[in-house]
Design a protein around this ligand. Structure first.
Ligand code: SAM
Ligand code: MD0
Ligand code: SF4
Length: 368
């Protein structure tokens, strides 16, 4: 961009001015290490202004790895037979959820593939799912996120009514052509509509994109703008990890720099929103870099000894207890960060839900 001035853009963003698409693209395209460091520093400043030193911690519970879909990037796609799958029982789920609650996570993320046992109406349907979600809410006393795929409208309404705080349903990209090659056979609009419906039911929305799947900077900028306009409450990016048994297994893997830059640009755009540093891509080793790029939630915390899997990396750092608070807290400390105090996360959710429903909330508005 001929007239792009990094310092001017970073300064005005820190003062609260919105970024235009060209500015977002120019930031996403930075390659000079010194300039990238300035971007990360600005992202951290903005995070500090809105969240201080506090970081939220999400426990991840992938309770069924069965899936009827054929996402080309995902090892859990239906036709991948080179994989052991599981469906945890309610008592196994409760035990893992209680263990994570006891360890001090702020939220339980209940995730599954689009498991035919739930999604096929001839079988038990979603009753056991709804009942399990209610139990996790009641027994852990924690906020819950669900990432179950495109639930039928009625089921979404039931879980929203039961008090589930978050619905996560990632588009991966907002480029419809690229989407069709990633989430093969799944309707683009249907996934968007589910997020709209959940938002209308008062749930907070997490949106996510993949990087390293053939997207352009223009695509990433469009996704960020889509998330801003929706608006989403939590915005995620994850680097694509090529997985055995999938059509994208042979793709070249991308290093983590693009993901870090996207995290930082997201922080500039979504100043007061939540941005995950997922342990699912590079494990514990990758946590510090993501926090230094401006993330403020650690996700994919998984208890060992329960046979639970991750998504992008199904076993990295799980059984050797590296996705635990004991290993995460020293990393936070190294970055000058600390876990949120009890109640702070719930207060954030309450404030955000009030804002979404149009109830005026005191916010800091800075002059451009
Ligand atoms: N089945 C539900 C769905 O697809 O919405 C819930 C699972 S969803 C939270 C799994 C997410 O993990 C995908 O949306 C994608 O963003 C990410 N993912 C899956 N496979 C991946 C891979 N190989 N590399 C990086 N991210 C991946
Ligand atoms: C994570 N593996 O946080 C999880 C997952 C689903 N809501 C989240 C992608 O990285
Ligand atoms: Fe199934 Fe979700 Fe994986 Fe797609 S991303 S194959 S829907 S588990």
């Amino acid at each position: 961009m001929a007239d792009f001035n990094l310092i001017r853009v970073l300064n005005s963003s820190q003062k609260g001015c919105p970024l235009g698409k060209n500015e977002i693209k120019s930031l996403l395209g930075l390659s000079n290490p010194e300039e990238i460091n300035l971007l990360f520093k600005a992202a951290r400043n903005i995070r500090t202004r809105h969240f201080g030193t506090r970081v939220f911690l999400y426990g991840f519970l992938y309770f069924s790895t069965h899936c009827r879909n054929e996402c080309r990037f995902c090892q859990y796609r239906h036709s991948n037979k080179s994989l052991d799958r599981y469906r945890k029982t309610k008592s196994q789920i409760m035990s893992a959820a209680m263990e994570m609650a006891g360890a001090g996570v702020d939220l339980i993320d209940l995730t599954m593939g689009e498991d035919p046992d739930f999604y096929s109406s001839e079988k038990s349907g979603f009753k056991p799912f709804v009942c399990m979600v209610k139990d996790v809410l009641k027994k852990t006393g924690l906020p819950v996120m669900i990432s179950p795929g495109t639930l039928p409208d009625k089921v979404l309404a039931k879980v929203a009514g039961a008090g589930v705080s978050w619905y996560a349903c990632y588009q991966e990209t907002h480029n419809k052509v690229l989407y069709a090659t990633l989430r093969q056979g799944q309707d683009f609009k249907k996934r968007i509509e589910k997020k709209k419906q959940a938002k209308g039911l008062g749930m907070l929305i997490e949106e996510g994109i993949l990087t390293g799947v053939g997207e352009t900077l223009d695509d990433i900028a469009d996704s960020i703008i889509w998330m801003r306009d929706f608006p989403v409450d939590q915005a995620r990016v994850m680097t694509f990890i090529p997985r055995k048994g999938t059509p994208m297994a042979g793709r070249k893997s991308q290093d983590n720099l693009r993901e870090l830059i996207i995290i930082a640009v997201m922080r500039l755009v979504f100043k007061d929103r939540l941005i995950p540093a997922s342990l699912d891509i590079d494990g514990l080793c990758g946590l510090e870099a993501r926090l230094l790029a401006g993330a403020n939630v650690v996700t994919s915390i998984v208890p060992p000894g329960k046979g639970l899997a991750g998504v992008a990396r199904n076993c990295l750092d799980i059984e050797d207890s590296r996705r635990t608070l004991a290993r995460i807290l020293p990393v936070l400390k190294n970055c000058g960060l600390e876990p949120a105090l009890p109640g702070e996360y719930r207060a954030w959710i309450k404030k955000r839900q009030a804002m979404n429903s149009g109830i005026p909330v005191k916010t800091r508005v800075m002059a451009c």
